[in-house]
Design a protein around this ligand. Sequence first.
Ligand code: T1G
Length: 713
Amino acid sequence: MTQNVAAQDARTVPDSNPVSWQAQDDVLLITINNPPVNALGHAVRVGLIAAIDALEANGSVVGAVLTGGGRAFVAGADITEFGKPIAEPGLNEVIDQIEGASKPVVAAVNGFALGGGLELTLGCHARIAHPKAKVGFPEVHLGVIPGAGGTQRMPRLAGVEIVVELSTTGKPISAARALSAGIVEAVDEDCVAAAVTRARELAAAGEWTRVGELPSPSVPEGYFEAAEAAIVARSRGQISPLLSLEAVQGGLTLPFAEGLKLERDIFMRGLTSDQSKGLIHAFFGEREVAKIPGLAPAAKPRDVARAAVIGAGTMGGGIAMCFANAGIPVTVVEQTEEALERGLNLCRKNYENSAKKGRMTEANVEERMALLTGTTDMQTLAEVDLVIEAVFENMGVKKDIFTRLDAICKPGCVLATNTSTLDIDEIASVTDRPQDVVGMHFFSPANVMRLLENVRGAETADDVILTAMLTGKRLGKVSVLVGVCDGFVGNRILHQYLRWASILLEDGCMPEQIDRVWTEFGMPMGPFAMSDLAGLDVGYRIRQEQAATRSGNERYVEIGDRVVEMGRLGQKTGGGYFDYIEGSRKPIPNAAVTALVLAESARKGIERRDFSDEEILNALTDLMTNEGAKILEESIAMRPVDIDITYIFGYGYPAFRGGPMFRADAEGLAASLERIEAAYARTGDHAWKPSALLKQLVAEGQTFEQWSKARAA
Ligand code: T1G
């Protein structure tokens, strides 16, 4: 049975009729009830048309209020309808009928009003929001733009700056911000009652504003050029923000009806783009990874009222902050008072920095810190429900800690390790409760990165898996369930393309070329700049430890070791593969490193050659495809989408490409396999040994997606 962790929260069954209306004296209250988020599916659109018809036909009502049932106002158009023929009435038609009604309609924005939901409110004649409501245009995250008048009405109502912000960043804003921006005219705890009153006032006045009839706003000279430059600088190749800007700018000089047509044309350009397909895959994938097939139907997550973290270093402190941020009391354990104080002080400093940036108040800082309890006495963990060990990556140290935890913690307490490379099963073997042991691999900085790899050990119980998944959701993480192997999913793939990037240095590339190719692809930074950020000494120490057992016939590149031995440990020493000016993260090529690369090629008698950008990109992405296929073969990941989501949320892989496996399907597996087999024939290197699954899919003319769907059926 597939357990949907996300659905562990209460869910209600959608009403048969998702739109209801009822006269409250002389005002018709129209409510949308389409759980879980009141998406504007066809039935809702039909219901809204019927509701406005009822408003027009009912002589005893003077106006109407439109609101949402449950926690949402409206989350937007129904994304599951994308790509299918539009079933009339379309959303534009619904909004036009509301805007053109002969009686005033006031929106009571009781919860989030996103995308088409916000556009629906713009067709109303006034908007009143609950203080906790949020409004936004997240269409850009789906590769499209507001397609039901948002780019044409919002500028007329609230000016260009706010619509450009909303529709190019996709970030929602609070009710208070919507009030100050002029999107809503009031904020009220009882927004429905306030909206009823407002509807009466408008009816009595006999006049109300139709946003579509307002004049276009004026725009400061050079505004759009500056806005476009800012978008290009931050969007890493995603086009939808630029499409939104184009629709807003184009509409300003057109009559409203023409502006709507322009918006529709641009919306369709987005919807039919490959980027939109990738982004929609990422949207649903983020939710699909929460669904775990094959768990016992009776398994339920254990209650986690109190947690503990062992280790107050960078990772431990960041993990503890995740619990405090979620309002879960957490005990932090260190070996010495001095280490404990240092760790808790770092947590406080992080919170105070957030407060300085206006992301939280001073009161919030104290609330969060009050949830953090420090101790050097592990015995105090006897009553906690979940412990996450986050100490040094050494098996002996971890085994000692788990032995002690096993003796101290109450039965049923979940014992998790944050290890990124060590064998969970070996750690579990020192306890009498291997069924309670699970991996919870956070990504640094733990209080920022959203990915959480939950690692299922050989004996991890189903309810422990659910506990780890649901805890991740409570912490605001995107949790992916993975199996036990070196590097699990994310780092195992990372190792392959990082290693090959170094080999490309010896064969003819320079770090700056490889990094440029990778960032132009849409990654946040290139492999060498990323290594500089993480610190080169970490990998150096691991490679030194592995030297004794490294197989002689595996090609090993020493450039990274030489860079460390030059004292260049990365950003923290002002330079690694690249130089960094104080206060800047911009990588600058370094002459000594360039000379070192050339010298290493010469020392090994390698004749360097030029590599095209395409050859570099194919090498790195083919290795991701091949290693991902091996991960699926070994059931380390359950589905290709689990690998996609791991990379999007853990490594900044561009969501508009859908993730490594989605992109591999889109680019064509046959061509990729051909390059992989050629590389294997040329190098004999294990990294290029073609995956059996990949060969099978190509032979059968299948994609990873089709293979995954067939397995799930
Ligand atoms: N359409 C269809 N299903 C949706 C949906 C939507 N818009 N939004 C959410 N769901 C599903 C979701 O897949 C999950 O399903 C369940 O609802 C609960 O969602 C014309 C064209 C609103 C902030 O992009 O951001 O309007 O996994 O787990 O954490 O201009 O959902 O349970 O089967 O995310 O409380 C624009 C997308 C659409 C908003 C709530 N709107 N949704 O978060 O719940 S395009 C969006 C969200 C548009 C117009 C254009 C979030 C949420 P399942 P959830 P949540």
